[in-house]
Design a protein around this ligand. Structure first.
Ligand code: PRP
Length: 179
């Protein structure tokens, strides 16, 4: 696993001062644009999915890059995939919440009936920065009631110095940590 993380770290492109001054943007798409990078990502997600077989009932992926990884993880874990989307994008009855982002304000929604009663949920996304997005999603999912619990949040990359994981009450795991 360390070899895979090291290979990804070496291939990852970052963009200083995007989308705002002071933000160093870690571009996960730079890994998908690299054939070997894309294969390694696939392997990382397959391993993650296999590691949670029997421990989770739903994978929730966050808009937008959580949609690249969530379905692979869900398929390997033999559970359904459900999206949390930026507000206004999902059809049917939805519930939503607003939150602060590293660079601005945002709000997200989930379909009201998307997650079954008593489900154990794994939330996935590409990046944990301030933790605002993951915390909003976890809170939203817990508010659905029905005995639903967020058992784990998995991110590909974590900006550990922002201490975003302190906002998250569930277990947090990551592949690449940046100090
Ligand atoms: C990025 C990233 C995470 C979030 C992390 O998405 O993909 O979802 O920010 O930041 P936080 O921990 O400070 O909340 P963004 O909101 O830029 O949306 P996008 O995926 O639509 O580009």
């Amino acid at each position: 696993d360390q070899d895979l993380s090291d290979a990804l770290r070496a291939k990852l492109k970052s963009y200083p001062d995007f989308p705002k001054p002071g933000i160093n943007f870690l571009d996960v798409f730079s890994l998908y644009a690299d054939l070997e990078g894309s294969q390694i990502l696939n392997e990382v997600f397959i391993r993650k999915g296999r590691s949670v077989i029997g421990q989770i009932d739903v994978v929730v992926g966050l808009d937008a890059r959580g949609f690249l990884m969530g379905p692979i993880i869900a398929r390997e874990a033999n559970v359904p995939f459900v999206p949390v989307r930026k507000s206004g994008k999902l059809p049917g009855l939805t519930v939503g919440t607003a939150y602060s982002l590293e660079y601005g304000e945002a709000s997200v929604e989930i379909q009201k009936d998307a997650i079954p009663e008593k489900a154990r949920v794994l939330i996935v996304d590409d990046l944990l920065a301030t933790g605002g997005t993951l915390n909003a999603a976890a809170t939203l999912i817990s508010k659905l009631g029905l005995g639903i619990t967020v058992t784990e949040c998995f991110v590909l990359m974590e900006l550990a110095f922002l201490k975003g994981r302190d906002k998250i009450t569930s277990k947090v795991s990551c592949t690449l940590s940046f100090d």
